[in-house]
Design a binder for this molecule. Structure first.
Ligand code: WTA
Length: 609
């Protein structure tokens, strides 16, 4: 790519933290003077009108504002800003289809055009600022385009993961009374060649009074039912529209999107994120965690249906003028080398995936990696669940070839962006430790009574003191639920629901959800913690631990374990028990171990306990 333009202001080293000393200095500044710190970062994007107050908050009532009264637009900042700065011909999105011979690329200029057209299509159907639009799609480029088109006109997108059932889709549409549903005819994913997206959507909208129109992308060309009054093909919705669309001026605190997530109780909650704070935090963390640099090719294997896809496939990278890869398929199709083939095909520099994918691939051994160089990789990342040490080493040694920093990024749908993570190449790596907080983030460890546990070698519940720009603003339609879930457990703090340990040198290790705990003889135990221990046995590939009623202990520990071993069942079970005794203590030793060949997983890759 010829470089006749000035260095990109967002992705030059100037925008990065570049050493551990600098990180420490910046971190201290961000804590002692957060308003000045975030104001400087916020100046990197374009505003129609500057804010008049950096932040204001009241955790008791769950009221948080950042960059009050500022006016800006997310789509403008993701697209127009780069085009206006001379980067219109740079690649914004590389899309790799389920089949290896299908791909598309979009420059920033092209993406701006597509987004503007679809934004105009939505406007023609009567969509206005503040209306909710539901996006129920697989990983096709139109999903990213629709996200940005909503942002452009100030409509609030609610992406529903493409593998949810029609009932789940219906409930999410109804919860936020979406006006439009965007979907596709059918989807392809791995060996599944006809995922019935439109048919599911049809079922859902039988009981969604708020839906006025259903827009359908023709992805496979499979025949689907089209209701002449209600359904419109995507390509027809944009056939007669202008390819320019003036971005809507949005207030900093206007909602940008809703994303549903499961809590420990009740129906899924619609996590609401605001416009300005979310943009500032997702782009800042993207640049610094991955140390993204000009001309890098960045790939996050998540789905846009989850927060990781929102923040680190779409908004974070595009706000920084990066090239982001979007993959429709799965790691095992057409064969188990697919991830590595894609890395080599596009010379991917940053690769960001989930531990479950790593463990699944690890089970296939090293042969699938043999024909790929993976030379382009500079940074590898992990997200979504604790990464056990064995998978960490396998990923680090065989994918990162021992030379790439591995960023283990801890965060949540509610946090909007990465909260605790190494900064690639800057923070020393420590296997299975998310490590240190990002600037502006104050993690606190509390015991059950809410006492802060200071110093090293402590373990407790993870809370965050004082807000960061992309903190959850509300749960849609039920602010009380937001307050009671996140701001009531511990006074003056945001409660994460995770357990954490600060080790002897101050590094943080996430232990898993404390709301998914088991209680054995009065001792609370993280299921993930026991799994991590079991997984340390070198013959264990993956495990899932659940509690079960136990006459004496209250709850016993039941472990389902996948192994690859020469030992017989009794021998391996004995060894696993010994490893657990060693890693955690006798209290954590499983009462029952069942050797299994597979574990039930959610489509997001998490084990279903
Ligand atoms: C877990 C995903 C350990 C954690 C971004 C959190 C992690 C929940 C990590 C949020 C990590 C996420 N190490 N645990 N690096 N990242 N988690 O909302 O329990 O889908 O509370 O957001 O995933 O899941 P969510």
């Amino acid at each position: 790519m010829s470089k006749t333009y000035k260095p990109h202001p967002d992705t030059t080293q100037k925008a990065h933290i570049s050493s551990l000393e600098q990180y420490k200095k910046i971190y201290n500044e961000s804590i002692s003077n957060p308003e000045e710190f975030w104001a400087k970062i916020a100046e990197r994007i374009d505003w129609y009108q500057p804010w008049n107050k950096v932040r204001e908050y009241d955790f008791v009532n769950g009221k948080i504002e950042w960059f009050s009264n500022g006016k800006l637009n997310a789509s403008y900042n993701c697209l127009d800003r780069h085009v206006n700065n001379g980067y219109g011909d740079e690649t914004a999105i590389i899309w790799e289809g389920n089949d290896p011979n299908q791909s598309r690329t979009f420059t920033y200029k092209e993406l701006l055009k597509e987004v503007s057209q679809f934004a105009n299509g939505l406007k023609d159907l009567g969509v206005k600022k503040g209306d909710r639009v539901c996006l129920y799609m697989q990983m096709i480029p139109e999903l990213a385009i629709a996200v940005l088109a909503c942002a452009r006109i100030g409509a609030v997108h609610s992406v529903v993961f493409g593998a949810f059932s029609s009932d789940a889709l219906r409930d999410r549409i109804n919860d936020s009374a979406c006006k439009i549903l965007v979907t596709q005819d059918t989807g392809v994913r791995g060996i599944k060649q006809n995922i019935p997206m439109k048919a599911n959507a049809d079922q859902a909208v039988l009981h969604t009074p708020s839906i006025e129109y259903v827009i359908v992308v023709k992805r496979t060309g499979e025949p689907v039912h089209m209701d002449v009054e209600r359904d419109i093909w995507w390509h027809e919705s944009i056939s007669n529209v202008d390819d320019k669309c003036k971005p809507e001026e949005m207030d900093s605190e206007d909602p940008l999107f809703i994303l549903y997530t499961s809590g420990s109780t009740g129906k899924p909650k619609g996590v609401v994120h605001s416009s300005a704070g979310y943009m500032i935090y997702s782009s800042y963390t993207f640049l610094n965690v991955f140390q993204y640099d000009e001309d890098d090719i960045y790939w996050c294997t998540a789905d846009v249906g989850w927060i990781t896809g929102h923040s680190y496939i779409v908004y974070g990278p595009l706000l920084c003028g990066a090239t982001t890869l979007m993959f429709e398929g799965v790691p095992t199709y057409p064969n188990v080398s697919r991830f590595w083939d894609i890395v080599d095909k596009y010379k991917v520099n940053q690769f960001y995936t989930a531990p479950t994918a790593i463990r699944a691939l690890q089970a296939h051994g090293l042969e699938p990696l043999e024909n790929n160089s993976l030379d382009s990789l500079k940074v590898i990342g992990s997200v979504g669940e604790p990464i056990n040490e064995e998978a960490w080493h396998w990923y680090h040694d065989n994918v990162g070839k021992g030379k790439c920093p591995l960023v283990d990024t801890w965060w949540q749908t509610e946090t909007g962006g990465i909260m605790i993570s190494a900064l690639a190449g800057i923070t020393p790596n420590k296997p299975a430790h998310a490590s240190l907080p990002l600037p502006g983030i104050i993690p606190v460890i509390v015991d059950a009574e809410g006492n802060e546990l200071n110093g090293n070698n402590v373990q407790g519940n993870l809370c965050i003191k004082s807000p960061w720009p992309s903190i959850i603003r509300t749960t849609y339609g039920d602010h009380e639920r937001c307050i009671s879930t996140y701001f009531s457990n511990y006074k003056g703090m945001y409660f994460t629901g995770d357990g954490v340990k600060r080790d002897h040198d101050g590094y943080l290790r996430i232990l898993g959800r404390v709301d998914d705990v088991i209680n054995v003889s009065g001792h609370r135990m993280g299921t993930a913690e026991v799994e991590n221990a079991i997984n340390e046995h070198e013959d264990v590939i993956e495990s899932a631990v659940v509690g079960y009623p136990h006459d004496i202990k209250g709850e016993g520990i039941y472990a389902y374990v996948i192994v690859s071993t020469e030992l017989n069942d009794d021998e391996i079970k004995d060894q696993i028990i010994n490893v657990v005794r060693k890693v955690i203590g006798p209290i954590a030793k499983p009462d029952k171990i069942q050797i299994v060949s597979g574990l039930p997983k959610t489509r997001s890759g998490k084990i279903m306990r």
